[in-house]
Design a protein around this ligand. Structure first.
Ligand code: AQP
Length: 337
């Protein structure tokens, strides 16, 4: 099916932490890879969003390239999807400004992530507006997100409708949250909280962990009282391990529980470690090959940015014109008075 007749999908990931963690793959990247044939996909490394944490500049630059290599190693195919770095498409920041001018201070203050962190920079305060710009630039039909981002998608819809009401139909209002919450992977050391790049430590499995480190982390995962391998709310550690094994092997949790009848937590951990090592070994191999060929990565990024800019500029040109921003006069030809 030609790209133009497929639904447009957009999603991004921040180049934070030291690599992607298992939850990023489970909750996001594996679904992105699966959508490449049925949708016109735009996937980006959200380096402008990562700036909120003011990372070390050299580290941010390195992690941005590595994140692109990880995405490709995990199955994103630049021939089928547009893969790019957010800051390479200046229209993101430009549209965020225009939308910020339509966002109420109280409205932005109600975004839960800012409230939860109890303050921070203006960047943290307004990042949901940048996220709205990310989505609206590409006229995305669908935005695969988790429940935690639902409020931001609502803001995006409100801002698109507000812009259209004020200036005339310009922005495509994305579909509301689909309510398809996928599996949430929990920290192996603290199954009460989600696994997260910026938390790291012994409870975080990195996609690029070597087999020894990965196995050690799974073996040291916190489990629960009792001995039975069953998923239940009073066994968050065991439930998490079963979820991971289910995603890694494609077997559902009830079938896995049957497999482990009469066996213990040690057997479960061994199976999880083996499944993850087998799953990520080829990813590590592809990743190593990709980072060894910086020219190829540069070419992928140049082409991705060009394709993304083309779409983003179409939206931004309409926004500028509708909002009344004066188009720059063409430069005088050389020698003209
Ligand atoms: N533990 C998780 N289980 C399932 N899905 C997860 N995602 C993140 N953690 C889990 C999904 O991964 C995507 C990445 O989004 P992000 O990097 O922009 O930020 P995030 O959601 O905040 O991810 P992290 O790893 O926790 O990063 P930091 O530490 O930088 O904040 C999203 O689609 C998310 O749902």
């Amino acid at each position: 099916m030609p790209a133009a007749s497929r639904p447009r999908v957009l999603s991004g990931i921040r180049p934070t932490g030291s690599s992607f963690q298992l939850g990023n793959w489970v909750g996001a990247v594996r679904h992105w890879a699966a959508m490449q044939d049925e949708a016109d996909c735009f996937y980006f490394v959200a380096d402008l969003h990562a700036l909120i944490d003011t990372p070390d500049p050299a580290q941010l630059r390195r992690r941005t390239r590595e994140a692109v290599a990880e995405l490709l190693a995990l199955g994103l195919d630049p021939a089928r999807s547009t893969v790019f770095v957010q800051s390479h498409v200046r229209q993101h920041a430009e549209l965020a400004w225009a939308l910020g001018c339509l966002t109420g201070f109280g409205e932005a203050s109600r975004m839960t992530q800012f409230k939860e962190k109890g303050g921070g920079s203006v960047g943290l305060f307004t990042y949901p507006v940048l996220q709205a710009a990310d989505i609206l630039l590409y006229a995305a039909d669908a935005v695969p997100i988790g429940e935690d981002q639902r409020q931001h998608l609502e803001l995006t819809r409100d801002l698109a409708q507000r812009f259209n009401a004020r200036y005339g139909d310009t922005l495509v209002v994305p579909a509301a949250y689909q309510g398809r919450e996928g599996e949430r992977i929990k920290d192996l050391q603290d199954p009460a909280r989600k696994m997260s790049k910026s938390i790291g430590g012994a409870g975080t499995v990195w996609v690029l962990d070597d087999p020894k480190a990965l196995t050690k982390k799974v073996r040291s995962a916190v489990t629960d009282t009792g001995r039975e391998v069953v998923a239940s709310p009073d066994k968050p550690g065991v439930t998490n391990l079963l979820t991971i094994l289910s995603v890694a092997t494609g077997r559902d949790v009830p079938a896995l529980q049957d497999d482990f009848a009469g066996k213990g937590y040690g057997d479960l951990k061994a199976a999880v470690a083996d499944a993850l090592v087998a799953l990520f070994a080829p990813v590590r191999e592809r990743y190593d090959a990709l980072v060894a060929d910086p020219g190829h990565l540069d070419a992928v990024l140049a082409e991705g940015a060009e394709r993304a800019r083309e779409v983003a500029e179409r939206t931004m040109a309409a926004v500028r014109e509708r909002a009344g921003l004066l188009a720059p006069a063409p430069a005088h030809p050389t020698g003209a008075a």
